[in-house]
Design a protein around this ligand. Structure first.
Ligand SMILES: [Zn+2]
Length: 349
């Protein structure tokens, strides 16, 4: 199957009332782990690459691997997404490679650290939307600022400093026409999200629900949504790791989000922990091993298990065969004709 539009994938998820995991990739084993899980659970899937991943793997290696995944899995809809684009140029280069979706994270300035103004965010996101939609490519924007730092991207902090304001979210959706919107509700990037099990004082699910009520046609995105299960932390530490105990976003909170308009759920940390734990276990218990396959194979399997679990928990499992991919050129037509317009002033009519 050719790579599909993320917009189509999320529209289908909205129809079906489920969420879709967006899993980060940096190398072949991670892509294979995601595809193993997608095949096993019959799930449509979003594969995403950060700027750091694109630099690490080199653009062409990474993109050809995704194309191989699509070719080898004709029954699985796959959207390829640029995670946290920091500028128009970053998004443009992803589109040139063949990514079917980009995130323009204009909540931060181009340095990926300093919060930007609302108007700056609107302006750069609008520019990316115009360029991408003309080519049938989906755009995710971000409003409010997430906590933490990952891959050198992020403003730091706890995630409670810049919670998304629902009025601004509506204005942003109207002025940019984004397909999907990442909102800040107290989540953070990286492993150290919360110092205790998060409750309503740190995770603002009420804000998410309020935004969805007012923007029912804009797909909401939860970033920093690894659950950071204790079992995965324990495996790393049992075999010589030194992680401080930490809490992620509980699955039941993500599921509450999915019942309220969340269609894309970003997961990275859990997969990192699963792979690292598996590699540590081999090297710690069998120190005579030196063939990378001896630890990369269990690492790939450990990640596939986490991904399959998330696919089941988010509800995307079993939905791979629900629809046929719409060609990207046809999606571009849909934007042009206004059929895919999500701006609240248009959808209210
Ligand atoms: Zn993110």
């Amino acid at each position: 199957m050719p790579l599909v539009s993320m917009r189509q994938l999320l529209d289908e998820a909205a129809k079906g009332g489920y969420g879709v995991g967006a899993f980060n990739v940096n190398d072949m084993e991670q892509i294979q782990a995601i595809m193993m899980a997608a095949r096993q659970t019959k799930s449509p899937v979003i594969v995403q690459a950060s700027r750091g991943a694109r630099a690490f793997a080199e653009d062409l290696y990474l993109f050809k691997l995704i194309q191989a995944a699509a070719e080898l899995n004709p029954d699985i809809p796959i959207a390829m997404h640029q995670d946290h684009g920091n500028s128009f140029e970053t998004c443009k280069s992803a589109i040139a490679l063949g990514y079917t979706s980009v995130m323009m994270d204009g909540s931060l300035k181009e340095d990926g650290k300093t919060p930007s103004t609302f108007d700056e965010n609107v302006e750069v996101t609008r520019r990316v939307v115009d360029y991408a939609h003309e080519r049938g490519v989906t755009v995710e924007g971000e409003i409010g600022v997430l906590g933490g730092v990952e891959d050198g991207h992020g403003a730091g902090g706890t995630g409670l400093e810049h919670i998304t304001d629902p009025d601004q979210a509506v204005e942003f959706a109207e002025r940019t026409g984004v397909d999907a919107l990442a909102i800040a509700i107290g989540t953070s990037h990286g492993a150290y999200k919360f110092t205790k099990k998060p409750d309503g004082s740190v995770l603002k699910m009420d804000v998410l629900i309020a935004i969805h009520k007012r923007l029912p046609h804009t797909h909401l995105v939860m970033h920093g949504s690894s659950s950071v299960p204790k079992e995965l932390q324990d495996i790393v530490n049992e075999y010589g790791g030194k992680l401080k105990q930490t809490w992620g976003v509980p699955i039941e909170e993500i599921q509450l989000g999915i019942r309220n308009g969340v269609r894309k759920v970003n997961v990275d940390t859990d997969n990192r922990l699963a792979m690292t734990g598996a590699i540590r276990k081999v090297l710690w218990t069998q120190p005579e091993k030196f063939d990378p396959r001896d630890y990369m194979k269990p690492a790939r399997e450990a990640m596939a298990k986490v991904v399959a679990d998330r696919m089941t928990e988010f509800g995307q499992a079993g939905h791979a065969g629900d629809y046929k991919p719409i060609p990207i050129t046809e999606i571009a037509e849909g934007y042009k004709s206004g059929k895919l317009d999500t701006r609240p002033s248009v959808t209210a009519k």
